[in-house]
Design a binder for this molecule. Structure first.
Ligand code: HEM
Length: 141
């Protein structure tokens, strides 16, 4: 029962993590239009970033709990560790993005767009690694 609940939370967190896509679409639309996002849009984007960070934290918490709960029944192969490397990159980039945008909001300036872009690309790369890792790790060959 605990495993089912943890898996449910793990998958729910995946769903919530997806909101970061909305934020990057809005960001690139503004970059293309060469207009800074209006303050309410900036605040909504900060909220989306915060939800994504919460989601990756829940993925880590429920993931670690699943490893404990499924001890022995789980194949901890190289692909699983690859998934963890990807998930760690996503966590680091998401934390950095939240820090940069909160810091900028506090100083009432726009966050450094070039640096933000680097962390967004990093998060995407990390997610790609994590998803490839999970696809391989949980496939019985
Ligand atoms: C970007 C981060 C992550 C993504 C996208 C992700 C995705 C997934 C997916 C799709 C599954 C289902 C696989 C299947 O049943 O075929 C899964 C299961 C699992 N994940 Fe994650 N995960 C992430 C992070 C983590 C982390 C950080 C850990 C551990 C520290 C973790 C531990 C697990 C475990 C143990 C299962 C296996 C449950 C089972 O046996 O079915 N995950 N994950």
């Amino acid at each position: 029962m605990l495993v089912i609940f943890l898996k449910f939370l793990h998958f729910l967190a995946l769903f919530f993590g997806g909101v970061s896509i909305a934020s990057s679409i809005v960001q690139s639309a503004h970059a293309k239009a060469k207009t800074p996002p209006a303050p309410p849009v900036q605040s909504a984007m900060r909220t989306l970033g915060f939800i994504s960070l919460g989601a990756i934290l829940v993925l880590w918490i429920t993931g670690i709990a699943l490893v404990q709960a499924l001890e022995g029944a789980l194949v901890l192969n190289w692909a699983f560790y690859g998934k963890l490397v990807g998930a760690a990159i996503v966590l680091g980039c998401s934390a950095a993005l939240n820090f940069l945008s909160l810091n900028a909001a506090r100083k009432k300036t726009a966050p450094d767009a070039a640096l933000m872009k680097k962390f967004v690309s990093g998060a995407r790369g990390g997610l790609l690694i994590a998803l490839i890792g999970v696809a391989i790790a949980f496939t019985p060959f």
